[in-house]
Design a protein. Sequence first.
Length: 239
Amino acid sequence: MLGRLLERNKALRDVFAAEPRLARKLARLQQWQSSRLLRSHADLHANPRYRLAVEFFFNELYGADARQRDADLIKVQRAMERLLPREGLEALCLGIELETMSQQLDAEVARLLPEGAITVERYAEAYREAGRKEERERQIALMSEIGEYLDGVVRKPMVRGLVRIARGPAHAAGFGLLQEFLERGLDAFEAMHGADEFLGTIRAREARAMVRMFAGDPDPFEFGATARRARKRTRIDTG
């Protein structure tokens, strides 16, 4: 399963290799997506308890372009399957599945985006036109599933220890980049001391944004409501 996911992920990274204009548009879209996600969850990012987990999800996991990591993985996947504990390997499989699905969905949206600056309105229109509601629901669910696996590993000291022990052999076997990727995710979840609130908040917000986009809401990410709340707090603070 991991091998198939990796090959699919590799192919999707170069989906617009023959179309430079679309490749540039996709790169801009993924940068916009990362900024949008951080803006939507700015309160979580500002909380020291959740900061590492937010950065792991939205900078490394979702929309990441880790070509060298994937190339190394394809070469050493069998050794990796022997060395890593089952829970760690399953979390990685889900992570690669999320990357693959996100790349495919982003490519479809990129094809439909008009030229020029990406705005919430333009993005939401392309998102609706692309459709794929079931895949969007799966994309949101995958983030929670990955988080639950990572949270489960950090709650099991023996399994967490096995991941650490695998560090040296992983580098020797040629998949040190993946080992480091996995450990960063585990470090982020270890710092939270419980991920239920974090995962539930992200899942609820992203599901609500998805519903609002498909419904044609002009403010699907509720940025306007966030700004109004900020202005209200400012008025209260200044008297």
